[in-house]
Design a protein around this ligand. Structure first.
Ligand SMILES: [Fe+2]
Ligand SMILES: [Fe+2]
Length: 178
């Protein structure tokens, strides 16, 4: 049976591609005066819509909520969802900082926020892939898994029109080839 955590983990791969491309771009502009605004605008578009809207919303509104239900939470030795939510919030602050620094043409601020974001997300995704998702798979019954999967599919349809998901996956490819 397909699990929501498998789908979410697949999404991490696309997010990590963009994270890597941002890291590379940051290394590049460290020695240059010009900021490649086109690159950063595209990367921010991906982060805001795919990573934050499409991916994080499914975690926050569906998977994490299920894990916080008494009968499920009771089976876990700890519940990392609060920490994960906190990291989503910090991530959003870094993205705001990136947008501001592009408007201000402030390279130092852009690098601080972009590097802050990439470090945070790499660590965050590692924790979800290796701790939270395996824990979820352990404590969720098959019935619950099925419910979560259906809820995720429904959310996807509400969040993105047909073809939008594919558009962002292509964008991740494009950015990673730069
Ligand atoms: Fe997350
Ligand atoms: Fe995630």
């Amino acid at each position: 049976m397909e699990k929501a955590t498998t789908i979410l983990s697949e999404e991490h791969k696309h997010i990590l591609k963009v994270i890597d491309s941002i890291t590379k771009e940051c290394e590049k502009i460290e020695n240059e005066n010009n900021i490649n605004k086109e690159f950063f605008n595209k990367a921010i578009d991906f982060i805001k819509n795919y990573a934050d809207k499409f991916h994080h919303v499914k975690e926050e509104n569906i998977l994490f909520k299920e894990l916080c239900k008494e009968e499920v939470e009771g089976k876990m030795h700890c519940n990392p969802t609060q920490q994960m939510l906190h990291e989503h919030t910090i991530g959003r602050e870094f993205v705001k900082g990136m947008i501001q620094s592009l408007e201000e043409n402030n390279k130092k601020k852009l690098l601080e926020n972009a590097i802050g974001y990439t470090n945070l997300l790499q660590d965050h995704i590692f924790k979800e892939d290796n701790i939270l998702y395996p824990m979820a798979d352990e404590v969720l019954t098959e019935e619950k898994q099925e419910e979560i999967l259906v809820a995720c599919e429904k959310a996807e349809k509400e969040l993105f029109e047909k073809g939008t998901k594919e558009k962002y996956i292509e964008l991740a490819e494009e950015l990673s080839k730069k």
